[in-house]
Design a binder for this molecule. Sequence first.
Ligand SMILES: *Cc1c(COP(=O)(O)O)cnc(C)c1O
Length: 364
Amino acid sequence: MKPIQVTQSSMPNFNDYIEEIRDLWDSRWLTNMGVKHNQLEKELSHYLNTPYVNLFTNGHLALECAIAAFNLKGEVITTPFTFVSTTHAIVRNGLKPVFCDINLDNYNIDTSKLESLITDKTSAIIPVHVYGNICNVEEIDRIAKKYDLKVIYDAAHAFGVTVDGVGVGNFGDASMFSFHATKVFNTIEGGAVTFRNSNLKETLNSIKNFGIKGRETIEYVSGNAKMNEFQAAMGLCNLRHVEDEINKRKLVVNRYKERLSNIKGIRLLQLQKGVKSNFAYFPVVFDGYKMNRDEIAESLAIKNIFARKYFYPLTNSLDCYEQKYDVDLTPVAKFVSQNVLTLPLYADLSLDDVDLICDTVLGT
Ligand SMILES: *Cc1c(COP(=O)(O)O)cnc(C)c1O
């Protein structure tokens, strides 16, 4: 049997992509804010329903540049229950991550524990919309205003998610999206920062291009994080069918839910009120189940089915951080990380395969 991976990249029809890149052979303009790049920014601004979109070569550098744009100092409050990128982006900007625990309802930062972590060194909050679930944005906004903190969301999982019709990229001072091959919408590698303050546009354009401002003015010491035309062309093609992809994902998620709901010891994500989901991930937390997470991952792997321990380990326990942080200060994150398994999910996953996965999880 062909292996079932945790995800499978969404791709356009081959000929559609060839058509999209054909004119690049005439223009010979391959990167540096070309026609495709600018068109994709415009179309994404429409799709994400947010005033400004700035494209990047990947999501990680988008986040690093967004953090750099606010010229933050000192400490940043964030979550350890995320992909390593979030924490690395903070550290690589010379900032100290301070880890806040998560809640058990949606695995996002627990806003009731946030305020006690604020010190006179805190300059920002960098929460993550984990699995595309929306953080408690109102409470985060209230706290940020009270202590004069910036808020930058890692919205890498939340492409196309809306709350009461509002695009998720409108919250906080800025949000980062990832368009990596494994995400709901991809540009092969790619990413974006969305924001509402128009001043940020020029700053980000400069930061992602070596700090160049004018022909002879270099404003920042900065690297290169520009999206090229072939990436943008992939994005333009994929954007045309992303709604179909999300609808197909929804069918897969519904089948998983039919099979795995109301089982003792299995905890599933609940849909949030007013939220239009993108069905990006299907995480299952085993809490007092007859098998533990590792045993289930193993019994799937025997059948060539590859689920992922996502997120494990927590970023506050990574080897590279040399035990600088105490995972016991984030006990809920520790528990979830030790017991979560993200099951395979992509638009073309067949319902028969979902059944096979569920049979294995249920041990039937
Ligand atoms: C994918 C991801 C990133 C990094 O994005 P890339 O496009 O892979 O660089 C950052 N944060 C989270 C939560 C992610 O899932």
